[in-house]
Write a protein that binds this ligand. Structure first.
Ligand code: SF4
Length: 322
């Protein structure tokens, strides 16, 4: 699968299975929470597709898996078994619920359970027994308050240090989250801006502050270092390319690495917001811009240890995919 083919598969985002079953439990994190998915590897590249009605079909033929569109073979490869949510990582959503109501996100609609520290430790212990565990990534909705969530995640991270793998944490930031998470043993953090357009942010993330998240990201670079701080940026919420390109430049100059994520119009959210999956050309163009911006600022997409940059399932990752 070349870069353009991966961009095309990401732009579609979904696949139907023929004679196959989804791998592992449904995702519990973020915009695509509740949906089953597959990880498809072809050559050096890997892509995660949501299992849903689609123009793409996944079949097993001979010795390999094929992704088909009509009669055309789009890509040949094989399915990769996720460890916990993604290959080689235990990526765990601690609170599957949220007091906020970001318009694109399924978590507040699903209002799932909150995992105890003991439950998370047990999940990681089982993942470690496979011999494939390379990193632990923790994410969480906000059960009570951002401060409460950071303390809870920090306590869990402290307990996970015994597994001796890098720990990355993605939460809603607070004034002290960088210091608290660093002391708890995290080596990387992700605070999601979700959109680089402040006006769209106000509409889609009511109750959250664009400026506070940006300030927390800037501080995080001082605490965690370069190649260690990330922010999810959803593409397809109505933002212009001009705002995206400027925002990518600004973040990378701060030492922050954006994760450019094609919007997933979740069935529970399509009535709430207009979401348009970006085209393959747009995905490719933005990823190329991101790669140039990382290069200019001495950042590397192949150096992060946890969360989405090493996984590469959902995005075109500079220095890995292109
Ligand atoms: S890229 Fe990130 S969100 Fe996508 S599967 Fe991998 S870890 Fe999960």
């Amino acid at each position: 699968m070349d870069t353009a083919t991966k961009a095309y598969l990401i732009s579609v985002g979904t696949v139907e299975l023929q004679g196959l079953t989804p791998q592992g439990p449904a995702s519990t994190a973020g915009p695509s929470a509740g949906e089953g998915s597959v990880f498809f590897k072809s050559g050096d590249r890997i892509v995660r597709l949501t299992v849903a009605p689609s123009r793409l079909r996944l079949v097993f033929e001979g010795e390999e898996h094929l992704i088909l569109e009509g009669d055309r073979v789009v890509a040949r490869g094989h399915l990769v078994e996720p460890l916990l949510h993604c290959p080689d990582q235990a990526y765990i959503t601690v609170s599957e619920r949220c007091i906020y109501d970001c318009r694109f996100c399924a978590v507040p609609k699903l209002m799932g359970p909150t995992k105890s520290k003991e439950k998370v430790i047990e999940m990681v212990r089982r993942a470690a027994m496979t011999g494939r565990l390379k990193a632990i990534s923790l994410t969480s909705g906000v059960e009570v308050s951002p401060e409460h969530e950071v303390e809870r995640i920090a306590e869990i991270a402290r307990a996970l240090k015994t597994f001796n793998v890098p720990i990355g944490i993605s939460v809603c930031p607070t004034e002290r989250s960088n210091e608290i998470l660093r002391r708890a043993g995290a080596v990387e953090v992700k605070y999601n801006l979700e959109t680089l357009d402040p006006d769209i942010f106000q509409t889609v993330c009511p109750g959250l502050s664009f400026e506070d998240i940006k300030n927390a990201l800037a501080d995080a670079v001082g605490v965690f270092g370069i190649n260690r701080v990330f922010t999810n940026v959803i593409v397809g919420l109505g933002e212009s390319d001009r705002v995206l390109l400027q925002g990518i430049d600004e973040l990378t100059e701060m030492g922050v690495m954006p994760v450019l994520r094609a919007v997933y119009p979740h069935p529970l959210r399509i009535a709430d917001l207009e979401m348009r999956r970006p085209s393959a050309e747009r995905i490719l163009r933005l990823a190329e811009h991101l790669r140039r911006a990382l290069d200019r600022n001495g950042l590397r997409g192949d150096l992060p240890l946890t969360m989405c940059y090493p996984c590469t399932g959902c995005d075109l990752i500079p220095h890995r995919d292109l």
